[in-house]
Design a protein around this ligand. Structure first.
Ligand code: DP6
Length: 357
């Protein structure tokens, strides 16, 4: 598939109005996307677990209008929201050539998250994928008939143009994005991981510890840019390829010991890239480190396979196999919630991807 394959050529011009609704989950990367080229093309491949309960639910109500500027309103959790508009405007500009009907309609976008508003959880992945899927359903309403594969590919392709990691939220349970030699993949959209997955990873758990719910000082978009001319960029991009290859073997063998090593090393490398860019920055908080140290101690003392990963923030994703659910949750409640803002954490697990509602 190339970009050209996603351009819509013919559609029914006479549809007056309609509405579509999707729920789309967040995802957590095991091998991290950090650094991109023009047009949202990643510098290195990434792979993520799709989550199950952390979702965005978006309804798009469209009404025919005169074809001029883009026209849309955004309602977040029932209230009109101006803050999201610039990002959606940019998104529309980027995807217009693939969806030529965008200027012919006014869109009322009603969106809400299943996770708390100010949790500091990245909602761009679930938000942008939900919106992309809604627009794909509008496209279908306009008489375009697609095979399932193409629908998901184009939805993921569009989501990527909204936010890179969003392209990994359309499907589950593991999604790869970015060309590489070990798995089937594309730079343009996420591809369901087709390798073998051992039963140890079935219903893998992710408990998200909300360490800091505030606005990040440095956005991901700025962070990605700082990988240009970064002194360790080349090595880092090569390492992501190696880690993805390793992970493929680990997912098949079920070797949790090795899984922990790759996943934690990826998380710390991501933050090491932030600390060694110019300007440098730190998104971890003291409590992030407290939690990491507690996890390491617990793992050693209890012969556990619990591990952590981080995204571009201070929150900690605690990952563990389903058969350790009870013991790890007890540990989290007893020893880790003290480091969470207002004791808040969210229990989630690996999920199957987006759903039309
Ligand atoms: C650290 O997808 O938020 O979570 O493409 O600029 O929207 P943009 O960036 P974004 O970056 C997320 C980076 C990450 C790692 C990952 O999810 O792979």
């Amino acid at each position: 598939m190339t970009e050209q394959d996603f351009i819509l050529n013919t559609y029914n011009n006479n549809i007056e109005k309609g509405s579509v609704k999707w729920s789309s989950p967040s995802n957590i990367a095991l091998v991290k996307y950090w650094g991109k080229k023009e047009h949202q093309i990643p510098e290195n491949p990434s792979i993520s677990f799709t989550l199950s309960d952390c979702k965005t639910i978006t309804e798009v109500i469209y009404t025919k209008k005169e074809s001029k500027d883009f026209s849309f309103d955004v309602y977040f959790e029932g209230e009109k929201n101006e803050a999201f508009k610039p990002k959606i405007q940019t998104f529309f500009e980027r995807i217009e050539m693939y969806m030529p009907f965008l200027r012919n309609y006014h869109f009322r976008i009603e969106t809400s998250n299943t996770f708390p508003h100010s949790s500091g959880i990245a909602s761009s992945a679930s938000g942008m994928s939900a919106l992309a899927l809604c627009l794909m359903s509008v496209e279908e309403d306009l008489g375009v008939d697609y095979a399932d594969d193409y629908f998901n590919q184009k939805a993921s392709f569009l989501a990527r143009l909204g936010s890179g990691s969003a392209c990994r939220s359309v499907e589950g349970e593991l999604v790869v994005w970015g060309k590489n030699e070990s798995t089937e993949s594309s730079d343009l959209y996420g591809v369901k991981f087709e390798g073998e997955v051992h039963k140890n990873f079935k219903n893998y758990q992710d408990t998200i510890l909300l360490v800091d719910k505030g606005e990040k000082q440095v956005s991901s978009t700025v962070g990605h840019k700082l990988m240009f001319g970064h002194p360790f960029a080349k090595e880092r991009f090569a390492q992501a390829h190696e880690n993805l290859a390793k992970l493929k073997t680990i997912l098949a063998s079920g070797d949790l010991n090795e899984f922990v090593k790759v996943v934690e090393s990826e998380a710390l490398t991501l933050h090491a890239m932030m600390m060694t860019s110019m300007p440098y920055f730190i998104l971890m908080k003291p409590n992030t480190l407290e939690i990491i140290n507690k996890i390491w101690k617990f793992r050693e003392q209890n012969n556990s396979n619990v591990c952590f990963t981080l995204d571009a923030g201070a929150n900690v994703h605690v990952l563990y196999p389903e058969n350790e659910k009870e013991t790890v949750l007890n540990f989290i409640k007893k020893e880790l919630t003290q480091y969470c803002q207002n004791g808040h954490y969210i229990c989630d697990e690996i999920g199957l991807g987006a759903n039309r509602i």
